[in-house]
Write a new protein. Structure first.
Lengths: 742, 171
C-alpha cells in the first residue's frame, strides 16, 4: 500500500455528506416516480393513438402518386447561412443577429463580427467587428449585448440596434467572471428595460448591466445562489435560488442603484422556461406544464414525444421553449438532463394540439441539434444547428405552420458505405456501425469491424472464429455467433465489449447452436441482458447473456415447436411458429416465464412497435396485436417488373417513421426500400376510423416519402445518426453496406 | 401506485449515505443529490427487477456508479487546477490542504477512473467485483486503477508546483 493509496482512502472516508437542498427527499422522490408513471402511461396512450391513426391509412407506394393525388408534408428546416456561428439572438425590430467565430482554443480566430441579418433570407445587412474573445450575444433595451472573457478580464460590449453606435465595458470584477458555465446555457440573460442581467461566477451571484449614456455600468444583485433566470411578464426577473425551497424563485430588484436583492418570490413546480398564453411554461424533470406562478397548474401538460425516443430517458428536459403569438409552442427536447445539451428533437405544438388532454406534436424535426432557439420575426423559429461536437452552428429557420404540398415520392440514392465483403451488420447504441466481414470465399477468415458513421472509417477490428454468421448489438456488447469450424464444430457465441474490446466466447455444444440466419427469419433478437435466441432444433428458446465479464450464460426460456423467427421489443421476446400458423409467444426474459398468452397473427412478423407487431399479410404490411388481432393498417405493395412485391423487412425510426423492404416473393431479400415519415403516417387528413366499430373509411392515401431500389437488401438497422444502414448482396461473402437517409 | 414500502424505508435510512457516495463518484456535491434522485426514481420504476428487495443496496449502488459515470461523460468539466487558491497556505493548514488537493485531483479524473478508485479504495471491492459493477474486464479495472493513481500523483504534483510558483511570484 503506497502513501498515496493511504491518503486516498482517508480522503474518501472523510468525504462529508453535502447538505440536502430538498426538505423532504423522500417526498420529492415519490413525486418524481408518480410523474414518471403518469407520463409513461400517457405516452402509451399517445403512442396507441398515433398507431391507430396510422394503421387505418392505406398508403400507396411507388408509381401510384398520380392516381392518388398528393400529400401534405411538414417543411424541413432551412439553413439561412451555413457559416459557423457561436451565438444568435433576435431583436424586436425583426432583425436576426449572429456572432461569428471559428473556435480555436479558448478564443476565436479573427476576424470576429456581429452581423445583422434578414430573418427570411439570412442576407447580411450590417457587420460590426468585435474583439476575438467575445463569446455570446443577447438583445436588451435596444442594444445587442456582446460579452466574453480574455486573460485580461471579462468585457461587455453593446451595439445600438438603430444607430449602430457601440459602447464598451471592460474589467468586470474578476470574482464575477462571465466565463461561468451558466452564461452558455441558453438562458443566461434576461432583458429588463434597458438592463441586461447575466448569471455569473459559477452560480455564485447575478450581475446586472445597464447602458447609461455611452457608458456601461454594472452591479451585483446580491448573494443569491442563482443558477437560472426567467423574465416574467416582460418586467420581472426571477432567479432560482439554491438556498431556498425547491420551486421558489426570487424576484430580483434590478434598479440602479438597487435596494434589496429580492423584492418578491414566485412559486413554481419546476423551472420557468417561457411565457405562455395562460401562464408560464415550466419544466420539472421531463414534462412541461403551464402554471400561473402561484403554485397552480393551468392544466396543460406536455410530455416528451415517444417518437423522440425520450420515453426511456425519464429526465429528458425540454432545453428550450418558445411560445408563438398564435398560442403554439416550440419545444426543443433534449435526451440529456444536462441543460447544456442541444435539443436533439425539435417539436411544434399548435394551439389546437395543446388544447388536447395529451398534446402530441403537430410537426417535428428529429436530430435538430438546436440551440439559441428564438421566435423568428420572419415566421417560425430560428436557431443555431450544431454539427457534431462543435460549439458553433449554422443559422437555421423552421416554420411548420405553413405546410407544403408535395407530389411524387422522392428517390434518394443511398451511399455505399463499405465495400468490404460484409456478411452481416448492426448498429449499436453508441451509434457505431459494426460489420461481420470475411476476406475471401475459400478458406476465409472472419472479423468484426467497428466503423465510425460520420467518416465511415474502420476504427477497430476483431478476428472471430470461422464460420461466423451474424453480428448483433445488444446491451453493451456486440454479439457474434456461428460455428462449424475454427475449433467450434457445434457452434459458438461470442460477446465483445463495445467499449473495451474485451471479448468472451462460449462453445455451445452439440445440438445447441443458434439457428442459422436466413432471409425468412431472425434467429436472435437483442434484449437488455443480451440475446433472445432460438437454437438449431427450431424449438428451444433461450436467453444468452453475460455472468460477469468472463462467462457467457445460456438460459432456457421455453420450448415452442417449429419456430420461424424471433423478435424482441426490449422487454419481451417473441417467437413465431410455423405449426401453429404463426403463433406468437411473448416471454419475459427477466422472470424467465411466459407473461402473455400465445396469440395468432395473420402473417409473419416484420417489426415490433410498442403496441403491436407489423406483419406481412398476403403481400400487405398490417399492424396487429398478437392478442387482439388485426388493427387495420395496410400498405399496398409496390410493383417490381410488373409484379407485386411482398414486405419482408420493416424498421421504425426514432421520429416515428417507418422503413419497409419489399421483395419479389416471400423468403427472398428485399429489392425496394420505402420510407414513410411520421408526418405522413399521422396526417390528420387521411385518418378516418370509427374506433368503436372498427369501421375504416379509406380516404386519399399518401405515397411514401422516399424510396430506393437495391440488390438483395437485408439486415436493416436504424442509424441513430439518421436514416438506415443495410446490407446488400446475397448469402455469399460478397455483401456491401449502404446507408440511406431520406 | 405508491412506492414499495421496503424501498421507502431504504431511502429514508440511506439517503445521506447515498448522496455522500455519489459525491465521491461524481466529484461534485451539487450534482450528487440530483443523480441520487434520478437513480432512485429509475430503481423505483424498475423495482420488479430488483432481486433482493429486502436489501436493494447493491442494486442501487450499482445503478449509482453507472449513472455517475454517464453523467461525468456528459459534463464538460473545467480543470480542477483552475480553482487553486491564489496564495500559499499556512503550514498548520498543510494537512488539510493535502487532502483538499487530493480531493480536487480526484474530481478531475475521468469518471470511469474515479469510479474505479472509489470502488477499490472506499468500498474495498475486489477487482472482480469492481469489474462486474462497471461492466468491464478485470484487466480494465487493473489498468484503470493504475492509470488513475498515476494521474492523481501528477495532478497533486502539478498543484504543488503551481502553489510554489504563485508563492514565489507573490514574494
Amino acid at each position: 500500500m503506497t502513501l498515496l493509496e493511504d491518503q486516498l482512502r482517508a480522503v474518501l472516508a472523510g468525504t462529508a455528506t453535502p447538505p440536502t437542498s430538498t426538505a423532504d427527499p423522500l417526498a420529492d422522490l415519490e413525486r418524481r416516480v408518480g410523474r414518471a408513471r403518469t407520463r409513461w402511461a400517457a405516452a402509451g396512450v399517445a403512442a396507441t393513438a398515433v398507431l391507430i391513426a396510422a394503421i387505418v391509412v392505406p398508403l400507396t407506394v411507388l408509381g401510384h402518386s398520380s392516381s392518388h393525388g398528393t400529400t401534405f408534408t411538414t417543411p424541413a428546416p432551412k439553413v439561412l447561412s451555413g457559416a459557423s456561428f457561436r451565438s444568435m439572438t433576435v431583436a424586436p425590430d425583426g432583425s436576426v443577429w449572429t456572432l461569428s467565430g471559428i473556435q480555436h482554443g479558448p478564443e476565436y480566430l479573427s476576424p470576429v463580427t456581429v452581423d445583422r441579418r434578414d430573418p427570411t433570407t439570412g442576407q447580411l445587412k450590417a457587420t460590426y467587428s468585435v474583439p476575438t474573445y467575445m463569446r455570446s450575444i443577447a438583445y436588451a433595451g435596444g442594444q445587442i449585448w456582446v460579452w466574453g472573457e480574455s486573460s485580461a478580464g471579462a468585457a461587455v460590449h453593446t451595439i445600438d440596434v438603430t444607430s449602430g453606435t457601440t459602447s464598451d465595458l471592460v474589467d468586470v470584477d474578476p470574482r464575477d467572471t462571465l466565463a461561468s458555465a451558466d452564461v452558455g446555457r441558453g438562458r443566461p440573460f434576461a432583458a429588463v428595460g434597458h438592463y441586461l442581467v447575466v448569471l455569473a461566477s459559477s452560480g455564485r451571484s447575478a450581475l446586472a448591466f445597464r447602458l447609461s449614456g455611452s457608458r456601461i455600468e454594472s452591479r451585483s444583485l446580491g448573494r443569491i445562489q442563482a443558477a437560472k433566470s426567467m423574465l416574467l411578464d416582460g418586467s420581472t426577473l426571477v432567479l432560482s435560488d439554491k438556498g431556498v425551497a425547491s420551486g421558489t424563485f426570487n424576484a430580483a430588484d434590478i434598479a440602479f442603484p438597487g435596494t434589496n436583492t429580492s423584492v418578491d418570490t414566485r412559486i413554481f413546480s419546476g423551472m420557468p422556461l417561457a411565457q405562455g398564453v395562460g401562464g408560464v411554461w415550466t419544466a420539472e424533470g421531463s414534462p412541461l406544464a403551464e402554471q400561473t406562478g402561484l403554485g397552480g397548474q393551468v392544466g396543460t401538460e406536455v410530455i416528451p414525444p415517444r417518437a423522440a425516443g425520450m420515453d426511456h430517458a425519464p429526465y429528458a428536459e425540454p432545453y428550450s421553449v418558445v411560445a408563438d403569438a398564435d398560442g403554439g409552442l416550440y419545444v426543443g427536447w433534449s435526451r440529456s438532463a444536462d441543460s447544456a445539451a442541444q435539443a436533439s428533437y425539435l417539436a411544434y405544438y399548435s394551439a389546437k394540439a395543446l388544447s388536447a388532454n395529451s398534446p402530441k406534436p403537430t410537426a417535428v424535426v428529429p436530430n435538430a441539434g438546436a440551440r439559441d432557439l428564438a421566435a423568428n420575426p420572419g415566421g417560425g423559429v430560428v436557431y443555431l444547428k450544431a454539427a457534431g461536437n462543435s460549439a458553433n452552428g449554422a443559422l437555421t429557420v423552421w416554420d411548420p405552420t405553413a405546410p407544403k404540398l408535395t407530389g411524387k415520392p422522392a428517390t434518394v440514392r443511398p451511399v455505399l458505405w463499405s465495400d468490404h465483403r460484409v456478411l452481416s451488420q448492426t448498429v449499436s447504441a453508441d451509434g457505431s456501425v459494426w460489420t461481420l466481414s470475411t476476406n475471401r470465399r475459400d478458406n476465409p477468415t472472419f472479423y468484426v469491424e467497428r466503423h465510425e458513421p460520420a467518416a465511415g472509417e474502420v476504427v477497430a477490428k476483431y478476428a472471430v472464429p470461422a464460420w461466423a454468421e451474424s453480428v448483433t448489438a445488444a446491451g453493451d456488447e456486440i454479439w457474434v455467433w456461428g460455428g462449424g469450424d475454427g475449433g467450434y464444430p457445434d457452434g459458438y457465441v461470442e460477446a465483445i465489449d463495445s467499449t473495451t474490446g474485451h471479448h468472451v466466447i462460449r462453445d455451445l455444444g452439440r445440438g445447441k447452436a443458434i439457428l442459422p440466419e436466413g432471409y425468412a427469419g431472425h434467429s436472435t433478437a437483442p434484449i437488455a441482458s443480451g440475446l433472445f435466441a432460438v437454437l438449431e432444433d427450431r424449438m428451444s428458446l433461450v436467453e444468452i447473456g453475460l455472468n460477469g465479464p468472463a462467462h457467457v450464460t445460456v438460459t432456457p426460456l421455453a420450448t415452442v415447436p417449429n419456430v420461424l423467427k424471433v423478435f424482441s421489443d426490449g422487454d419481451f421476446g417473441y417467437a413465431s411458429s410455423a405449426t401453429q400458423n404463426l403463433r406468437v409467444v411473448a416471454l419475459t426474459t427477466t422472470a424467465r416465464a411466459r407473461r402473455k398468452k400465445p396469440g395468432l397473427l395473420s402473417g409473419p412478423p416484420l417489426a415490433v412497435p410498442p403496441h403491436g407487431l407489423i406483419v406481412n399479410e398476403q403481400s400487405q404490411v398490417t399492424e396487429e396485436q398478437s392478442s387482439e388481432g388485426y388493427l387495420g393498417m395496410k400498405f399496398k405493395a409496390p410493383a417490381s417488373n410488373g409484379r407485386d412485391t411482398v414486405p419482408v423487412l420493416a424498421a421504425l425510426d426514432p421520429s416515428g417513421g417507418l422503413y419497409v423492404g419489399w421483395a419479389a416473393q416471400p423468403g427472398h431479400a428485399a429489392q425496394i426500400l420505402t420510407y414513410y415519415s411520421h408526418a405522413n403516417l399521422s396526417t390528420d387528413r387521411i385518418v378516418n376510423v370509427d374506433p368503436s366499430s372498427g369501421t375504416v373509411r379509406e380516404t386519399e392515401p399518401g405515397p411514401p416519402d422516399a424510396s430506393v431500389t437495391g440488390s438483395q437488401i437485408s439486415d436493416l438497422s436504424i442509424d441513430i445518426a439518421g436514416g438506415v444502414v443495410y446490407r446488400q448482396g446475397g448469402p455469399s461473402a460478397s455483401g456491401t453496406v449502404a446507408r440511406w437517409d431520406p | 401506485m405508491s412506492m414499495d414500502p421496503r424501498l421507502t424505508e431504504y431511502v429514508r435510512g440511506q439517503w445521506p449515505a447515498l448522496v455522500r457516495y455519489a459525491t465521491m463518484l461524481c466529484g461534485d456535491p451539487s450534482e450528487a443529490e440530483e443523480i441520487v434522485q434520478s437513480t432512485l426514481t429509475r430503481v423505483a420504476l424498475r423495482w420488479r427487477f430488483v432481486n433482493d428487495k429486502a436489501n436493494p443496496d447493491g442494486y442501487v449502488r450499482r445503478a449509482l456508479v453507472r449513472a455517475c459515470i454517464d453523467s461525468g461523460k456528459r459534463r464538460r468539466r473545467e480543470p480542477a487546477l483552475a480553482e487553486l487558491p491564489d496564495v500559499a497556505v499556512d503550514d498548520r493548514l498543510r494537512q488539510v490542504d493535502d487532502a483538499d488537493q487530493l480531493r480536487r485531483a480526484l474530481a478531475a479524473l475521468p469518471p470511469r477512473q474515479r469510479a474505479v478508485l472509489v470502488l477499490r479504495y472506499f468500498d474495498d471491492a475486489s477487482e472482480a467485483t469492481a469489474a462486474e459493477l462497471l461492466g468491464c474486464s478485470v484487466g480494465t479495472v487493473k489498468s484503470q486503477t493504475s492509470k488513475g493513481l498515476a494521474k492523481l500523483r501528477d495532478l497533486v504534483a502539478a498543484q504543488d508546483l503551481m502553489v510554489v510558483e504563485v508563492s514565489e511570484e507573490k514574494s
